[in-house]
Design a protein around this ligand. Structure first.
Ligand code: HSE
Length: 346
């Protein structure tokens, strides 16, 4: 039977998932026995729709593309409009909430409350928002367990590049002693462009134009975005509690063209490195620019790409490189959580 999804938010990421479901439904059914339909969408700006029999994806995507809103989606005998996020979460016949609302990363809201409402209503949640995982991982994981539902958040770090399920499943049995990575695409893009001779301001503008940067790019260039991601890694992957206040943080704004040229002359390259290391039962974590030798696996990661190295006691260092953002990539991150919920093994 098809999984019934309620999308809270229908911005770039939600539309990315809808496009994937529309384009790949045949293949997903054939290859994985996976089927999902969207029964509800509640978006604070675009409006809300609920049809217990399922919404038509092609029509949904077309009306949003053409009008920016959901209002002109055609009526059906079972269609209801105007439900807010909490009514949608609590009262629709969805089994899974896709939480992709516009959320303040500093408070994790409204996504944290959406998760709580969904779990209490017996619904699974998949999400790509970082805030709830970084700020309330233990509380929410416990709540999901208590209500016997699943919570997936693969897309919260490095979008669809597997940084959470991969260590938790494929590297199980190892002690992960250190996680270090390039977890912010905007900073890596700026550093790459500066090495090619572009100014910091032009490179940041280009990152904004290409959609890598957060709404307020201070979160990127001052290291806050990477900080939330390393907090997620420590809590979820290394299994050690770490709060955001415990992470030392420095961004890339103090790096000058001269620093970058100097590194190049030394066969080195500046990268903004997020690091979490186990030290005596605790995790010590930092975000800081580091001058890496070109032989380092992370030094060759260029442009908006992200990368992460897991230092494992049995398997040794394992590095994963890939996209850290993007409509389809993050849509895929939600899909892989949904597929794993359907497999019963998130
Ligand atoms: N602004 C983020 C980045 C997007 O540049 O990596 C993904 O979290």
């Amino acid at each position: 039977m098809a999984h019934k999804l309620a999308l809270i938010g229908f911005g770039v990421v939600g539309q990315g998932l809808a496009e994937i479901l529309l384009q790949k439904s045949g293949e997903l059914a054939r290859q994985y026995g996976f089927a999902a339909e969207i029964v509800a969408i509640s978006d604070i700006a675009k409006g809300s729709l609920y049809d217990p029999n399922g919404l038509d994806l092609a029509t949904l995507l077309a009306v949003v593309r053409e009008t920016g809103k959901l209002d002109s989606y055609p009526d059906t005998p079972t269609l209801r409009r105007g439900w807010d996020s909490f009514q949608t979460i609590r009262e629709t016949n969805a089994d899974t909430v896709v939480e992709v609302s516009f959320t303040d990363v500093q408070t994790g809201q409204p996504a944290i409350d959406h998760c709580k409402a969904a779990f209490a209503s017996g619904k699974n949640v998949v999400m790509s928002n970082k805030g709830p995982v970084a700020l309330a991982y233990r509380e929410l994981a416990e709540l999901a367990r208590k209500h016997n539902v699943q919570w997936g958040f693969e897309g919260s770090v490095m979008s669809g590049t597997p940084t959470i399920r991969l260590p938790l499943t494929c590297l199980a049995g190892n002690e992960i002693r250190e996680v270090k990575g390039i977890l912010n695409g905007t900073c890596n893009f700026i550093l790459t462009k500066m090495e090619e001779g572009m100014s910091y301001a032009d490179a940041l503008r280009e990152a904004q134009r290409l959609g890598y940067a957060e709404a307020d790019p201070t979160a990127d260039v001052e290291g806050y975005d990477a900080l939330y991601k390393i907090v997620i890694m420590a809590n979820v992957v290394m299994g050690v509690p770490l709060s955001r206040d415990e992470v030392s943080r420095q961004g890339i704004t103090q790096l000058t063209p001269a620093d970058i040229a100097q590194a190049k002359a030394e066969n080195k390259r500046w990268k903004l490195i997020a690091r979490a290391k186990k030290e005596g039962g605790k995790v010590v974590a930092s975000i800081a620019p580091e001058k890496l030798p070109l032989s380092d696996a992370l030094a060759g990661v260029m442009g908006a790409n992200n990368a992460i190295t897991f230092d494992c006691d049995l398997a040794g260092p394992i590095t994963v490189v890939g996209a850290g953002a993007g409509k389809t990539e993050t849509g895929f991150a939600l899909l892989i959580d949904l597929i794993n919920i359907a497999r019963g093994q998130i």
